[in-house]
Design a protein around this ligand. Structure first.
Ligand code: CUA
Length: 151
């Protein structure tokens, strides 16, 4: 009869494990990075919304964050986001392929010249976050960072 208890316990663990895997896969699948919009990389500075990069309020607790990426910088490179804000991040590159990753979150996308890549994230945890380029892009690659402050 102890075997039966352990068997039930084992199956229970398996069910919990599979549920967690399933739910996290589903949650991650909710916001795949997209690259549907095209943009002329030479005209980024004059193409909205990238002619005025930065955080734009779109609604109650909803924001759009437009970032211009070029070797070897993110513009703007110091961003303040209100805690709990739902932010749609749009990025594009003026030159080569860069990366856009925020360690400690699931934000990680490619930045490609000619395309606008987007994802939506909610910043619930106050603190300082670092944006990193995780795609080798040249001599200044390792210095390519920016800061996000969630307040
Ligand atoms: Cu940009 Cu590495």
């Amino acid at each position: 009869k102890y075997e039966k208890i352990w068997l039930t316990f084992g199956i229970g663990c398996l069910v919990v494990f599979l549920t967690v895997v399933g739910v996290s896969a589903f949650a991650a699948g909710q916001q795949p990075p997209s690259c549907l919009t095209t943009i002329d990389p030479e005209k980024v500075d004059t193409t909205p919304p990238f002619d005025q990069p930065g955080l734009v309020k779109k609604g109650e607790n909803e924001y759009e964050l437009n970032i211009v990426v070029a070797a070897f910088s993110f513009t703007p490179n110091a961003i303040e986001i209100p805690k709990g804000a739902k932010v749609t991040i749009n990025v594009t590159s003026k030159d080569v392929i860069h990366g856009f990753q925020i360690p400690g979150t699931n934000i990680n996308m490619m930045v490609e010249p000619g395309y606008v890549n987007s994802l939506t994230a909610t910043f619930d945890e106050p603190g300082e976050y670092t944006i990193l380029c995780n795609e080798y892009c040249g001599a200044g690659h390792h210095m390519m960072t920016a800061r996000i402050k969630v307040v």
